[in-house]
Design a protein around this ligand. Structure first.
Ligand code: 5AD
Ligand code: SF4
Length: 477
């Protein structure tokens, strides 16, 4: 029998109780501090983590905390971690190690470690034994209980670890601090059931569970009413959306419903799994005016044997056919992908098939990774005879091809006029504004910050591998 998405939802009273804990923590501070309590949240990893951190900040704000970037000013420090590759973990250990100096200076500071690393038993053990200045450890599945856990740290004055596998639940109505009024992330589902053989995510984020369509639509409607211009729907595999719900609804249906909300906004989404993305999705994208013609469709490898060993559920040919159809119905589609080089047992010839696929597809951009063994995943137990140095050579070849292709595709924009959303400052003196095309390509612009949040028509005057440069023709209000 299907799990009911409704049953996975944490009851409103339990969420309400967390807000009570926020009030209790606020009460602990009242009259005690000569200044407002301060917190900082440091985020590593993917957009889901960014969205999770915005919820953590929402809860902290509810507890009365203000925010600072300076850990030495903080009463609470939260490090939201990523476990996808070993490098990401190493970086976090380094950063958490450094926080011991903050604890020496400010013994009352509460240091919290959360996110995907924190959900792993081996990490929790290491933190328990060797990072004794960390007070609270909780995985993504316990995120909604953060106020209760923090209250426990304060009232017991002891360390708290909450990393049990709850097999997934959904909490609606948690407060949120959004980083901008222009763009927003909206999670449509959590977890992953795919168990790609190299990937740690299903072990740390639990089973797939979809939010109810009504809850998602309400959130998007509110964002649009607040003037948000760009909404990115998030999920490890958005194309699995709805499979666990009683209601018969899939991701394409959800997109269509969202598209019905009127306003001047765009919807993007990530990540799509090629095995579940098909004609219905591409036809819906093509038809829906609010849906950006942008697709992140990770291929991972261009060789069918490697794809099978990765447990991806499609062949090279099936993938190419999907791309062909998507481009047939959306000629202007901006297509990006993830690729792993050096999966255990991959040969040079197989890696070069991936490079050939990249040349054939001509992605707008790629996210490329060298395989990193993740303890506990099936691939980590496979023989891996190729040296790191050799994998690096294959990786560099791939990168060189992609850089050439991105540069060529970007040059084709020069001289054209495109509509972009100005989303912030670029940090560049000559081209101070940053903006995105409908397909999500980065465009640097000249102009004042008053344009942030507006759609403007720009003439592309220059380009390089990574970005486009544009001059504003006229401002559309
Ligand atoms: N090693 C290298 N890259 C990985 N990814 C996931 N797991 C690993 C791993 N063990 C990559 C995949 C995925 C992206 C988010 O990270 O390409 O799509
Ligand atoms: Fe990892 Fe595969 Fe799930 Fe993506 S679809 S999160 S790569 S297991």
């Amino acid at each position: 029998m299907k799990d009911s998405g409704g049953n996975r939802r944490i009851c409103p009273e339990a969420v309400e109780r967390q807000l009570d804990f926020c009030g209790k923590i606020k009460g602990l501070w009242e009259g005690r501090a000569e200044r407002a309590a301060l917190a900082c949240v440091q985020t590593y990893g993917c957009q889901q983590n960014v969205a999770d951190s915005q919820r953590i900040m929402g809860m902290l704000r509810e507890m009365g905390y203000g925010f600072t970037q300076d850990p030495y000013m903080c009463d609470v420090i939260v490090v939201n971690t990523c476990a996808i590759r070993e490098n990401a973990e190493k970086k976090v250990y380094g950063i958490v190690g450094q926080l011991v100096h903050v604890k020496e200076k400010r013994p009352d500071v509460v240091i919290c470690l959360c996110g995907c690393m924190a959900q792993q038993e081996v990490v929790a053990q290491k933190i328990r034994a060797s990072y004794r200045h960390v007070d609270l450890v909780f995985g993504p599945q316990a995120l909604w209980k953060f106020p209760e856990l923090l209250y426990e740290v304060y009232t017991k004055r002891g360390r708290v670890f909450s990393i049990e596998q709850e097999n997934g639940s959904i909490a609606e109505g948690l407060p949120v601090v959004r980083e901008s009024g222009v763009k927003a992330w909206v999670s449509v589902m959590y977890g992953c059931n795919n168990f790609c053989s190299y990937c740690i995510v299903p072990y740390v984020r639990g089973r797939e569970r979809s939010r109810q369509p009504g809850d998602i639509l309400r959130e998007v409607r509110e964002l649009v009413a607040d003037g948000v211009r760009e909404i990115t729907l998030l999920g490890q595999n958005v194309n699995s959306y709805g499979k666990d719900l009683d209601e018969s609804v899939d991701f394409a249906d959800l997109l269509e419903e969202i598209d019905g909300i009127s306003g001047d906004y765009l919807v993007r989404f990530m990540t799509s799994h090629p095995k579940d993305a098909g004609k219905k999705l591409f036809d819906t994208m093509a038809r829906c005016g609010h849906v950006a013609k942008q697709l992140h469709l990770p291929v991972q490898s261009g060789n069918s044997r490697v794809l099978k060993a990765m447990n991806r559920g499609y062949t090279r040919e099936q993938y190419l056919e999907k791309v062909r159809y998507a481009r047939e119905v959306m000629p202007d589609l901006v297509l990006t992908s993830d690729i792993i080089i050096g999966f255990p047992g991959e040969t040079e010839a197989e890696a070069m098939e991936t490079v050939e696929l990249v040349k054939e597809v001509r992605y707008d951009a790629l996210f490329t990774f060298i395989y990193s063994p993740r303890p506990g995943t099936p691939a980590a137990a496979l023989p891996d005879p190729v040296t790191r140095a050799e994998k690096q050579i294959w990786f560099d070849k791939l990168l060189m091809e992609q850089n050439r292709i991105s540069g060529e595709l970007h040059r084709e924009y020069v001289g054209k006029t495109v509509r972009v959303l100005v989303d912030g400052s670029s940090g560049d003196e000559l081209w101070p504004l940053s903006s995105r095309t409908q397909g999500g390509r980065l465009v640097h612009l000249r102009g004042g910050l008053s344009l942030v949040g507006q759609y403007v028509d720009v003439r592309i005057v220059d380009s390089n591998t990574w970005a486009l440069y544009g001059e504003i023709d006229g401002v559309s209000l």
